[in-house]
Design a protein around this ligand. Structure first.
Ligand code: SF4
Length: 406
């Protein structure tokens, strides 16, 4: 199953970075990460959300460290997670005063597995370089990697202005959009170079350059990938809500991943008010799995239904199986290694039902309108049973559970 759709492009070679035991880049699989939206100073809520994101499959979780109270809470959050056996590395997201928070809270600096620095807001004018250097020195002292995370919305204005001026002096061969893209790339590369000059190893640096438009993201990361061998964190910033955010992120990152670019991804979805934060983890996993790069969870193939299906039995069955799988995966993953490779098919009628079911590990073809009310079940490509009567759905769910146990 794995690699079925694998990319025709070789994966870009990057220097691997160990983030608290999770490798990013090098030859490691693309890592899924996410970020909390709790106030980090609220230890209970932050622990609960980190645990939920990790349970959903997030391999790294980033938390905001914006003030003394949140920095002071980080060691307690780490301890509590360890006690709960939630061994996910925590990444600290720093802006403006990261240098001060890390210096004033050594236990926080120790508890975090990585520091995220935004070179666009690490300080102002003459203080900028010093404050950037202080965070890098802290990373060296605590032996932690950093992500140099450039963001379109907080781009280094001095650098942008200089590149705009140079472009004007040269007769404006580049559009303003092209100059901005170049400023984003240069901000990441110059910052990485500065960090290396201070003494941070290349195997301790991950780069990101987030923008909010799909074409900009593809252009910026393609350029960055060609001009450095640092591990890259992909993400479309401010991707938005619902299907818009999912489609935009998947389109941009899918194209980059297909070209072998990207070592870790975060899909930033704006959750519905009180919505499920773990949705972004699920979407990241589905993107990587759909493209054949990683296998996280059994695939449930279901046809869309059409005029040949007048009941909703098959949609309900497909949904129930999908939900059963998601609910049981944390236990199944430990109990049945390899279960994520499973493919289940739930089909609505005889047209494509038997064919698709035979290609799955276990599949059912439900009766469409006017067909004999029986449902053949295929296991490992062979017809294994014919279900009939009102309990077809329940019987098939039981057969799937039995198949997994076997
Ligand atoms: Fe319609 Fe049957 Fe095709 Fe499903 S398998 S979409 S029910 S024709």
């Amino acid at each position: 199953m794995s690699g079925y759709f694998s990319s025709p492009f070789p994966r870009r070679k990057s220097v691997g970075v160990d983030v608290g035991g999770v490798m990013v880049g090098g030859s490691a699989p693309v890592v899924v990460q996410s970020m909390t939206n709790t106030d980090t100073a609220d230890i209970d809520q932050t622990v609960a959300q980190v645990a939920a994101l990790h349970r959903a499959g997030s391999e790294l979780v980033r938390i905001t460290v914006d003030r003394d109270e949140s920095a002071a809470a980080v060691p307690a959050i780490r301890e509590r997670l360890d006690r709960l056996n939630v061994n996910v590395p925590l990444v600290g997201d720093f802006h403006y005063i990261g240098h001060k928070l890390l210096a004033d809270h050594p236990a926080c600096a120790e508890a975090l597995a990585k520091y995220r620095i935004n070179p666009g807001n690490v300080g102002f004018k003459d203080k900028k370089d010093r404050q950037f250097a202080e965070i890098v020195e802290m990373a060296i002292r605590y032996n932690k990697p950093v992500r140099i995370g450039v963001n379109w919305g907080s781009l280094d204005q001095e650098l942008l202005t200089r590149l705009m001026d140079e472009n004007n002096e040269n007769g404006s061969p580049l559009t303003a959009q092209q100059v901005t893209r170049e400023a984003i790339v240069q901000s990441a590369l110059l910052s990485a170079h500065a960090a290396e000059e201070i003494g941070l190893g290349r195997d301790k640096i991950i780069l990101s350059a987030k923008v909010s438009q799909v074409q900009d993201l593809i252009a910026v990361y393609t350029e960055l990938a060609g001009r450095s061998d640092h591990a890259l964190h992909l993400g479309l910033t401010e991707a938005g809500m619902g299907t818009k955010g999912i489609v935009a992120s998947s389109a941009a990152m899918g194209i980059l991943l297909q070209q072998g670019i990207g070592d870790t991804i975060r899909i930033s979805l704006t959750p519905e008010p009180n919505g499920d934060r773990t949705r972004e983890v699920q979407v990241s996993q589905e993107l990587l799995q759909t493209m054949g790069f990683r296998q996280f969870i059994p695939i449930v193939a279901a046809c869309p239904g059409c005029g040949r299906t007048t009941s909703t039995v098959f949609q309900e069955l497909a949904q129930n199986i999908q939900e059963d799988i998601r609910r049981n995966m944390p236990v199944w993953r430990e109990r049945y290694p390899g279960v994520e490779e499973l493919k289940v098919a739930v089909m609505g009628c005889i047209v494509n039902g038997p064919g698709e079911s035979k290609h799955a590990d276990i599949g059912i073809s439900l009766p469409g309108t006017g067909e004999t009310p029986t449902a053949p079940v295929y296991i490992d490509g062979q017809k294994a049973a014919t279900l009939r009567g009102p309990d077809i759905a329940r019987d098939f769910e039981r057969m799937v559970a039995d198949y997994i146990e076997r």
